[in-house]
Design a protein around this ligand. Sequence first.
Ligand code: NAD
Length: 515
Amino acid sequence: SSVVRSLLRKRVPIKVGRMCYSSLQTTKLFIDGKFVESNSSEWLDIHNPATNEVIARVPKATQDEMQAAVDSCSRSYHSWSDTSILARQQIFLRYQQIIKDNIVRGLCIILNQSLSLYLMVSPEVVEHACSITSLMLGETLPSLTKDMDIYTYRLPIGVCAGIAPFNFPAMIPLWMFPMGMVCGNTYLLKPSERVPACTMLLAKMLQDAGVPDGTLNIIHGQHDAVNFICDHPAIKAISFVGSNKAGEYIYERGSKNGKRVQSNMGAKNHGVVMPDANKENTLNQLVGAAFGAAGQRCMALSTAVLVGEARSWLPQLVERAKALRVNAGDQAGVDVGPLISPQAKERVNRLIQSGVDEGAKLLLDGRNVRVVGHENGNFVGPTIISNVTPQMTCYREEIFGPVLLVLEAESLDDAIRLVNSNPYGNGTAIFTTNGATARKYTHEVDVGQIGVNIPIPVPLPMFSFTGSRASFRGDTNFYGKQGIQFYTQIKTVISQWKAEDATVKTPAVSMPTMG
Ligand code: NAD
């Protein structure tokens, strides 16, 4: 009918019986083991950032749908936490293989959604989760006193939740639910509303691996969904990755409601370049780490600190950045893709201009880059701003775009002072051929993750992602030993088994400590 055609033109999904018609693909909810169409009247458009065409839609889940999702997690918790650890391990062993078998399919979906974002799928955390039989070991101390032993169990905590950002649509959700679930928790996930399809694919693969219905539920939305997670009494822990604005809010609201919260947030990562560094290696590493994924990585090296004579390397740095090819992510040979949204492009352009207005020097300006065939995309080309000072807005705010700020330092001590004065503590790198210099830097710099001649030191999952200071809120970090700690609680048992002739014959009013 004409009404239906007009709704389709407006891209409103229409429900007829159990079927839903739409001119666009709609993102489903995943509730109780089923991929279901939302009844919501509020939908968000998902854009291809290289063209800004609308490519799909995602619902803002209704309160009833979110309640159904958390109820499903609560119902399945009892049986899932009681499932043998070997059975859980087997599911995740199958899951890591299914992910590897489907990486190409996954990449196609991500490419459709978020052209040229960093596409690492990272099954490593799932592989690591498969070691749960060792990771979840408790402790024992026999013969604490006569006939008395003490031991601990590591147990799940209940329903856990994850709130993910846009920039690693597969990797970051995989930091969350596999670790939580393999410990015996059930999981409620809210992916980024800008790139939800990849998470849905991960859920389908988990289902194929044999996970019971209701152990993973997925809701979509923005603030209401986040508030729902922070407030719901059944949810015991929240893992968040994203910006400081959202992360601090979620940490405070979730903690106030008695939940554990781990909040990985923004960054301003400095790459300190010593004059004795291997010049060729350093310039290439710096350019790759500043402009790869168009700077949309929390571990991007967005700030170079040139020490002493290394200041003279600036022209070569600019030359290498200039040679990078800007294009849509599905084009061959692309180095720098689009930013996620027109708002992100506007923010990056505004921060570049603020640098100019506040007296910095624009050595390479990517603001007017033109990508033939993608004129409406959110492109900003590689940009380098030198003569930056710590007071400038472009240094104080996270840019999250293909912009490299360059500061100068007289000495290693000056560089360390500069890095330690910046509030963020996510990552940093030093480039040097001198071991003593590297050692001094790694010991004195107050940053959670440090690379020595390595620009993006993201730890593999047998370690933890240890961003610090303003880049992290909480007590235990993501994955590794700390991730297991976050998703488990300890129960301590003290038992005494006395032989018949040693039975206590009168009331024992003292604490049984020694004997
Ligand atoms: P974002 O904070 O805008 O969104 C992250 C999640 O929070 C989304 O699910 C979103 O729906 C929700 N959200 C957004 N604004 C909110 C608000 N005001 N209140 C409550 N919830 C809100 O982040 P993004 O733009 O998707 O991702 C980029 C940011 O994430 C950058 O700051 C980057 O440094 C950071 N990041 C950090 C890490 C890390 O491990 N430290 C990793 C990746 C990205």
